[in-house]
Design a protein around this ligand. Structure first.
Ligand SMILES: C[S@@+](CC[C@H](N)C(=O)[O-])C[C@H]1O[C@@H](n2cnc3c(N)ncnc32)[C@H](O)[C@@H]1O
Length: 322
């Protein structure tokens, strides 16, 4: 069998890795085809919290105690890193040993398993006639006239499969002709997916991406490179750079927890330029009522232009009057 029929997998326990962002950087620099983070903790926390794990809001103390007890008793995380060639896998192995003084074992596996275990979770996502989200490795697609955004499923939230990401993208595609957009902001950018989609439609638009999670910023860099946006005006702001969000933007996305949308309301609303568009999501059905009221009470120039729903999730889109 040729090498094409195999892939190479590392399963690295968290205790050997002092910096997971560094791990992901090394993986990506050696052409890793993907990385997954396995954690019993997370799956069990999700089980306890259900949809509250995403939607935010205050959790009862009893639930927090339960989560803490679960976390304390659980196993450590496991990082799985995948390569399509032995050469890349061995270079990765060598650099990990240099960085972390730990030599990870590599397993050679048949590609059939790979497809079953990893890639099948990430299929192209059709947003509209004009836009499709495609996994990093998928070059089998005939896009016709559709624009394709490639996303590497790293550790930043936003592969396009979550309802809230889909709703934001759909609203952008539907509303984008209302405004001539020259400056855009993605507040809580995760993988960068929302802002980078804008770049596909207008490559001269200046884009500011902000997230409090350094892993998200790292994933944005990967996705900027993947889509060959290197020459475009994109600014990345991590947790210590919030003050860099300055001035006003023609399109602002904030797909984020309800409590963060409320907490950051002033900054988010004041960032929207006159005639600009504000797309908010991360809301469970029903939560939009509070957000709409809260935002419009703060600024009566926010005109609600659409409320969209997919399964249990909702997005709201405003246009700023002046
Ligand atoms: C639901 S994800 C959205 C990611 C991406 N924009 C999308 O639509 O798929 C929310 C993101 O907001 C970030 N976040 C959470 N709290 C934040 C805060 N206070 N300020 C900025 N970003 C925050 C998280 O790290 C996460 O990447």
């Amino acid at each position: 069998m040729s090498e094409e029929n195999f892939y190479f997998e590392f399963a690295i326990p968290q205790r050997f890795i002092s910096d997971s962002v560094q791990l992901e950087k090394v993986a990506f620099s050696h052409n890793s085809s993907g990385m997954e983070e396995f954690s019993l903790v997370e799956s069990q926390v999700d089980e306890i919290l259900g949809e509250r794990s995403y939607s935010g809001g205050d959790l009862p103390v009893s639930v927090l105690d339960e989560v803490e007890a679960t976390i304390t008793n659980q196993n450590e995380k496991l990082f799985k890193v995948y390569f399509l060639t032995e050469k890349d896998a061995l270079c990765f192995q060598k650099e990990i040993e240099e960085c972390f003084n730990y030599l990870p074992e590599v397993s050679k596996k048949e590609i059939q398993d790979w497809n079953d275990e990893w890639r099948k979770h990430y299929n192209p996502i059709w947003i509209s006639e004009e836009l499709e989200i495609v996994p990093a490795w998928d070059n089998s697609h005939d896009s016709n006239s559709r624009k394709q955004l490639y996303i590497y499923p790293g550790m930043g939230f936003g592969t396009g499969s979550h309802e809230t990401t889909y709703l934001c993208l759909k609203s952008f595609v539907e509303q984008r002709n209302r405004v001539e957009y020259k400056r855009c902001l993605d507040f809580g950018c995760g993988s960068g997916i929302l802002g980078l989609a804008i770049q596909l439609f207008n490559s001269t638009c200046t884009l500011d991406l902000y997230d409090i999670d350094p892993e998200a910023i790292n994933n944005c860099i990967q996705n900027i490179e993947l889509n060959k946006f290197e020459q475009n005006p994109i600014n990345l702001y991590g947790p210590d750079k919030k003050e860099s969000i300055q001035g006003q933007y023609d399109i602002v996305f904030a797909n984020i927890l309800l409590n963060v949308l409320l907490f950051e309301r002033d900054l988010i609303v004041n960032s929207v330029a006159p005639k600009g568009i504000l797309i908010l999501s991360g809301l469970l059905k029903g939560q939009e009522v509070e957000v709409i009221k809260n935002y419009q009470n703060y600024n009566s120039d926010l005109i609600l232009i659409s409320v969209d729903q997919k399964n249990d999730w909702v997005s709201v889109t405003f246009e700023k009057n002046q």
